[in-house]
Design a protein around this ligand. Structure first.
Ligand code: ARG
Length: 459
């Protein structure tokens, strides 16, 4: 047991209590951020004359030494300390003597941990943005390469209207663009420095909070010391945004699992991204897509957990807030891993373009265009809808696609049909003529691709 307090206690902490209370097993994950925050604090203490410049320098040097020794493996973070803050401070005192005891002047672990968690989260937001950028770059090239890769678009998982693979992937591109923007928004809202809030009520030392904020690349100091030590909104926002990313990845994974199934065969996952069965030799399973889909549960779990933890906590700091860490770390690592794995999976999968196309041609995906043909020839839409309904029924009874009917068969159902009907309902027309912005036609898609190109080059 090694803790920073104990003066007012007459008994040792019970071992079980100590273990229950300690956080070193997980908060050692932000040792870098803890040391970085302490270096900024010590620098400010020296600049303001709260400690001497020499003392400040000795502390900064000592902290840099600890950082490089932990990085190189020379110094092991010992779990005999209560938390990472105690470990760093005790090691500093051990190395530089009494001067090290001045580091914590004008600071509490409450503002220290608030700072560490913010620094950690902020760094991870940048890492998540990088992963998303890589994924979006893959989606962007899939879009550029597949402007005329026809496939059915679905509603209710029933074939609806033809689209292209570029258009389908483009839908996810929009989702991940919003996910990326959400990361930037969270960053902007959270990027204020809580250091100097003290335990809850600031301090009487003439701290220069603007300076520490600047040294740590924050936009400025936070404006209420009680809020500063109690705020975990940014974690909730991050976990919500991560849940949304996980949900998007899960939906996309679900589609890939369907497309990769024996029945669809729209895509074939690469061997490197598939797994086999221990008993059925013929199997090649989409485990990665399933795992990405499945891991959504634990990310949502983290969000619900922190929301629940925070809901009954009176101001200001309470130990409940220590619970913000493990699940947040897990959710961040999980989502980063999922994005990277998903990216590898879709950039190596093979598209069976012929299967996609023939699936788009069967299943009456051009029925709406056949109705539009009648409308353009003067039939009110509601009547046209009824006529095409009967036409589809006729096709089902005779086991034919709409474009396989003879002109006589068409005319039997409505005399308005002429031989230009074949061109009007071809796949090329159904997709190619849909060129309002956002639609799957190649002209519309090229405009969107140009916008995405610009987006990717600016992030
Ligand atoms: N391990 C604690 C946490 O994560 C650090 C802050 C401790 N502060 C206190 N007053 N006990 O929240």
């Amino acid at each position: 047991m090694a803790q920073l307090w104990g003066g007012r206690f007459t008994k040792e902490t019970d071992q079980l209590v100590y273990n229950f209370n300690a956080s070193i097993s997980f908060d050692q994950k932000f040792y870098r951020q803890d040391i970085r925050g302490s270096i900024a604090h010590a620098t400010m203490l020296g600049e303001t004359g709260i400690i001497t410049k020499e003392e400040s320098q000795a502390i900064v040097d000592g902290l840099n030494g600890i950082l490089s020794d932990v990085e190189s493996g020379k110094l092991e973070i010992s779990s005999k300390y209560e938390d990472i803050h105690s470990f760093v401070e005790a090691t500093l005192i051990d190395r530089i003597g009494d001067t090290g005891k001045k580091l914590h002047t004008g600071r509490s672990r409450n503002d220290q941990v608030a700072l560490d968690m913010r620094l950690y989260t902020r760094d991870e937001i940048e890492n998540i943005k990088e992963e998303l950028k890589t994924l979006m770059t893959t989606l962007h090239s899939l879009m550029k390469d597949n402007l005329d890769t026809y496939m059915p678009g679905f509603t209710h998982l029933q074939k609806a209207q033809p689209v292209t693979f570029a258009h389908h992937v483009g839908a996810y591109m929009e989702m991940f663009k919003r996910d990326f923007d959400r990361m930037c928004d969270i960053y902007d809202r959270m990027n204020y420095c809580p250091l100097g809030a003290g335990a809850l009520a600031g301090t009487t030392y003439p701290l220069d909070r603007k300076l520490t904020a600047e040294l740590l690349d924050f936009y400025g100091p936070t404006l209420n010391s009680m809020d500063s030590v109690s705020d975990r909104d940014y974690i909730i926002e991050l976990l919500s945004a991560l849940s949304t990313i996980a949900m998007h990845l899960a939906r996309f994974s679900e589609e890939i699992i369907i497309w990769n199934s024996n029945e669809y065969q729209f895509v074939e996952l690469d061997d490197a991204y598939s797994t086999g069965s221990s008993i059925m030799p013929q199997k090649k399973n989409p485990d990665i897509a399933e795992l990405v889909r499945g891991k959504t549960g634990r990310v949502y779990g983290a969000l619900v957990s922190i929301l629940t933890t925070m809901k009954g906590i009176p101001l200001a700091y309470n130990k409940d807030m220590q619970e913000d860490k493990e699940l947040t770390f897990d959710a961040i690592d999980t989502v980063k891993g999922c994005i990277a794995l998903f990216n590898g999976m879709i950039s190596t999968m093979k598209l069976n373009k012929e299967n996609m196309k023939s699936s788009a041609m069967n299943g009456f995906t051009n029925a709406t265009d056949a109705a539009d043909y009648l409308v353009k020839n003067g039939v009110p839409f509601r009547d046209a809808h009824g006529i095409i309904g009967r036409l589809v029924l006729y096709c089902i009874d005779n086991n034919k696609a709409i474009d396989e009917l003879t002109l006589d068969e068409f005319k039997e159902i409505s005399p308005v049909f002429n031989d230009d009907i074949y061109d009007a309902i071809s796949l090329e027309t159904c997709v190619g003529k849909r060129n309002t912005i956002g639609a799957p036609g190649p002209e519309a898609m090229k405009q969107v691709i140009a916008i995405n190109e610009e987006f990717l080059s600016n992030i």
